[in-house]
Write a protein that binds this ligand. Sequence first.
Ligand SMILES: CC(C)(COP(=O)(O)OP(=O)(O)OC[C@H]1O[C@@H](n2cnc3c(N)ncnc32)[C@H](O)[C@@H]1OP(=O)(O)O)[C@@H](O)C(=O)NCCC(=O)NCCS
Length: 226
Amino acid sequence: MLASRSASKQRLLACIIQVTNRHSNGRGAALMPSEQLRGLAAHAFRLRRKVFLSIKVEDLRDCTPKVPVVYRLGGVEDLTRFSDCFYGTYEDSNQYSLERLKAGDWLVLGELNGEVVFAGWVMFGKIDMGVRDLFDVDSDCVAAYRLFTRPDLRGNKLGPAYFAFLRSKLYARGIRRMVAWRELRNAESRKLKIGFTHIGIVWHLRILRRSFFWMPASVVASLRSG
Ligand SMILES: CC(C)(COP(=O)(O)OP(=O)(O)OC[C@H]1O[C@@H](n2cnc3c(N)ncnc32)[C@H](O)[C@@H]1OP(=O)(O)O)[C@@H](O)C(=O)NCCC(=O)NCCS
């Protein structure tokens, strides 16, 4: 059972997790000194609040997208078809995608007239709290992450239809619960209506490429025991 918000606050600070980010420029590009400085400034100090969410797989609802998008599992060969366009702003994204596919994550693609217009990822038994900051969750639990609908098709229910597509596939694999997080300030992801339960807020402090997470004990308990 989920703890109330006030109980969560009392138990706040019960768990502090420190994870070192192994951060690199995956494209092997040589950075100019000024770019290095800009990059350093951007990474020097950043504080984010992440809303952690949970839902039973059986509670994922049916949804038909407003445009005839077809969903399927993707693989390494698909990455070049959308990765730069979808994740172009993220350093190291292609390398990360390759690593996650190798680790067994699912990449789900939504296609319209043969073009990739949606991508979403599923991680088994772990949740990535940043990038490569993995946290164990229950073995019958998956984490949904990196959802992206092509900007011109947002509002067409491609996000909800993706979760509907996952329901039977996950259930067949013995998966009973799905967790996720979204940035508190991300207005677009807040509008996505899937029926997730809010399980708490995790603070993510990033200082000089190192990540520190401040995770209430109630969130840890919820991620690990449902
Ligand atoms: C979050 C995201 C995947 C939602 O996907 P989606 O396919 O647009 O989902 P929906 O169609 O259900 O839209 C969700 C809400 O956003 C609104 N919306 C957001 N952008 C919109 C746009 N450009 N046009 C119309 N509606 C838009 C919709 O109206 C809808 O609200 P409603 O149900 O009250 O109508 C998508 O906005 C996205 O890719 N955002 C950028 C990446 C991101 O933030 N990912 C989530 C990380 S947790």
